[in-house]
Design a protein around this ligand. Structure first.
Ligand code: SF4
Length: 419
């Protein structure tokens, strides 16, 4: 093996892959039942993130950065004058196994530019996964990026070897896609997503009756959208995400702040900042939709096309709905408890449990770990100590901002925590 060449390929193709954030490895269970290598469990693979929030716990590479397409936002686009490289199938297999044995990685995230056409490229991605599973007996995590436009047959095969499949929609609206990626068609994303969704359902149903049914993409499918490349509002982005969650049973939608990679009048200027705070607010909104019972229209609508960057989306919603507050923490139903700013999912469950035994006071709530600087203005307890007298939401917002840490006040250069 020419190690120098492999090293060079690795540096080119790992660098090109860093723009894809859709590589979370959670949610897969693949036990090492034979004498094989690796084991990915539900808690599974640990994630680690680079400073700008990109996941690095998997061997994350492109099979090639050659591409026949010319998507304006992509560093791999054919018109970009960059060094090109391509791995052979066996090279990716060997790298994965070697890195795994050395404990560098816990799985593989494999994406690719488009070599010749969608099927030609997809076939090679599948060959990598198939060799790892069947020849190397590799039971670690595999995430394959599906190539838009790949045939149904290949999508079916891919899911038999990969834990997760993703088809990245990249641009949240059809009009944005037409503008920035004229070679791509909306249907090219939708068809593979539909196929994967149906196969997952079918294999799950079969497994109820036939024990030996193989697993099909057990960690489900995900997609990624680039934020801030094509002028979409947060409402456009989140309505698209909501559509993909509902229609295609997405496990996750990832939001990736656009990293300026090209001088192009259709795109933000090269020196524009990556919208990391906006990205973070979208992730928070995503969580509110999936775990807190919010309807998308409550958070983003005609009057609120974009999320407030100063405060988190739950606080922003509560400030717009002051008539629902304050609520008595000892009596309020769980549905509304989940909507109180500063109270997360875990705290809600603790409160529900604890109040079965006694009336909670401020001290109890503090101990439970709720963010009192926000929550106290929206709840009552045994005392009226914090009851809000200020009628104006704008005033209250300012009070909260003054007593909050810097993360609510200014955009920072690093990824923020979700809550
Ligand atoms: S098809 Fe994919 S890899 Fe090729 S230019 Fe478009 S986004 Fe980049």
């Amino acid at each position: 093996m020419d190690y120098e060449r492999i090293k060079e390929k690795l540096s080119i193709l790992a660098d090109a892959a860093k723009y894809d954030v859709s590589c979370s490895s959670s949610g897969s269970k693949r036990k090492n039942t034979t004498k094989g290598l690796g084991d990915s469990s539900g808690m599974g693979i640990c994630h680690s993130y680079t400073e700008d929030g990109r996941c690095v716990s998997l061997l994350k590479i492109l099979l090639t950065n050659h591409c026949i397409f010319d998507c304006a936002y992509c560093v791999t686009r054919k018109s970009n004058d960059i060094k090109r490289a391509a791995f052979k199938v066996q090279e990716v297999v060997d790298l994965t196994i070697h890195f795994y044995r050395r404990n560098y990685i816990e799985g593989l995230f494999l994406s690719s530019g488009i070599f010749k056409d969608a099927d030609y490229t997809m076939e090679r991605l599948i060959q990598v996964a198939k060799k790892l599973r069947l020849e190397e007996n590799f039971n670690g995590y595999i995430h394959l990026k599906s190539i838009p436009g790949a045939s149904d047959e290949l999508m079916r095969e891919a899911g038999l070897y990969a834990d997760r499949l993703s088809v990245n929609i990249e641009i949240p609206t059809k009009s944005g896609l037409k503008l920035l990626a004229p070679d791509k068609k909306h249907e090219d994303f939708i068809k593979p997503m539909e196929k994967v969704k149906n196969e997952i359902i079918q294999y799950k149903q079969e497994s109820l009756f036939i024990k030996s049914t193989p697993k099909y993409a057990p960690a489900g499918q995900s997609t990624q959208m680039i934020v801030g490349a094509s002028g979409e509002s947060d409402r456009d982005i989140m309505y698209s995400a909501n559509f993909f969650y509902k229609k295609y049973n997405m496990k996750r939608v990832y939001y990736s702040g656009y990293v300026p990679v090209a001088e192009d009048p259709r795109l933000p200027a090269l020196n524009s900042k990556v919208p990391l705070l906006r990205e973070n607010r979208l992730y928070q909104t995503d969580w509110l939709l999936r775990f807190y019972g919010f309807d998308i229209r409550e958070l983003l609508n005609e009057q609120n096309l974009n999320l407030d960057l100063e405060v988190d989306p739950k606080l922003s919603w509560a400030l717009r709905n002051r008539h629902l507050f304050p609520v008595n923490i000892n009596r309020v139903e769980k549905q509304l408890l989940l909507r109180i700013p500063g109270i997360g999912l875990k705290s809600v469950n603790k409160i529900v449990q604890a109040r079965k035994f006694r009336k909670l006071n401020w001290e109890h709530l503090s101990k439970i770990g709720i963010a009192m600087n926000r929550a106290k203005y929206f709840i009552t307890c045994d005392s009226r100590e914090f009851e809000v007298k200020e009628p104006s939401s704008e005033y209250l917002k300012n009070v909260i901002l003054k007593t909050s840490s810097g993360k609510f006040r200014k955009e920072t250069g690093t990824q923020l925590s979700l809550f």
